[in-house]
Design a protein around this ligand. Structure first.
Ligand code: HSE
Length: 288
């Protein structure tokens, strides 16, 4: 039996569209058991219990990459990462599936190889990278290869995830983005993203609010989030250090100083979860 733990992730972090991402302190734990042949799902929602299951697709892609025949597998998952809320549930399935598949056949792929397989399914590097290596990461593709690094950041914040009861698919949230953007919007984001990296590494949080500003995706995606404007007003009252749409949304994350007392939090029927950065990333926690 093999167990793999994979953290939630928040991609983009405001200005770092499709580039920055961080791992957060909620995890999915996926269990793999070898069986004679085919695939069996245990305790997995019927909607996801077929051969299109992302965990299983990632396993098949891994065995193909390794030039190996698929193994028979029974998959079960303890899913704590909310689905289609912008918190990296897909990336967690993909990274979990790859780690499970390689462990089942006693192979040890390098991070670059794992990300290459993951990228062939996910399409963006900014969730899969922190899901695999943890922390706050920069990731991009150069000639189809993911180049990535983990930043040595000052870990001085709490992250409050405001998670609405509704889902938004990444596909829908990408469709709404413009195909081209004005040069000044590009410059706006380049400067903020550079400042964000500097701010997070130096701990100079006075720049955070500006550094999180974005013109590439949030102005468009916020329109898909019912209650967004009201939430932003609420976050302003809380005097947070900054906020951003997590990944493709609809979750919005507010940043506060570590252990800052924000009092009792409540917004509509949204779930509010206090999170921290997960520095470890995905882990194979049991293999017997
Ligand atoms: N960077 C991606 C996006 C993350 O914002 O669309 C979701 O996969």
């Amino acid at each position: 039996m093999i167990k793999v733990k994979v953290p939630a992730t928040s991609a983009n972090i405001g200005s770092g569209f499709d580039t920055l991402g961080m791992a957060l302190s909620i995890n999915n734990v996926i269990t793999f058991k070898e069986i004679e042949s085919g695939v069996v799902f245990e305790d997995i929602d019927e909607e996801y219990a077929d051969e299109n299951n992302l965990i299983y697709r990632a396993m098949l892609a891994t065995w193909k990459y390794l030039n190996m025949e698929p193994k028979g597998v029974s998959i079960s998952a303890e899913e704590n990462i909310p689905i289609s809320r912008g918190l990296g549930s897909s990336a967690a399935c993909i990274i979990g599936g790859i780690l499970g598949a390689m462990t089942m056949v006693d192979k040890n792929l390098a991070n670059g190889q794992i990300l290459k397989i993951a990228m062939s399914i996910e399409g963006h590097p900014d969730n899969i990278t922190p899901a695999l290596i943890g922390g706050l990461t920069i990731a991009t593709t150069v000639n189809n290869k993911i180049e990535f690094m983990k930043l040595d950041i000052k870990d001085q914040y709490d992250f409050y995830a405001f998670i609405p009861p509704f889902k938004i698919s990444t596909e829908e949230a990408r469709k709404i983005l413009p195909k081209t953007i004005p040069l000044e919007d590009a410059v706006h984001n380049v400067s903020r993203a550079a400042m964000l990296v500097g701010t997070l590494m130096s701990g100079r949080q006075e720049f955070l609010k500006v550094a999180l500003e974005d013109k590439l995706h949030q102005p468009y995606r916020s329109k898909l989030i019912d209650g967004y404007d009201e939430l932003i007003e609420y976050l302003k009252e809380l005097k947070l250090l900054g906020h951003f749409i997590s990944g493709a949304g609809p979750t919005v994350i507010g940043m506060a100083e570590r252990d800052q007392n924000l009092g009792e939090l409540s917004f509509r029927d949204w779930e509010i979860v206090k999170l921290n950065i997960d520095h470890e990333g995905a882990k194979i926690i049991k293999s017997v």
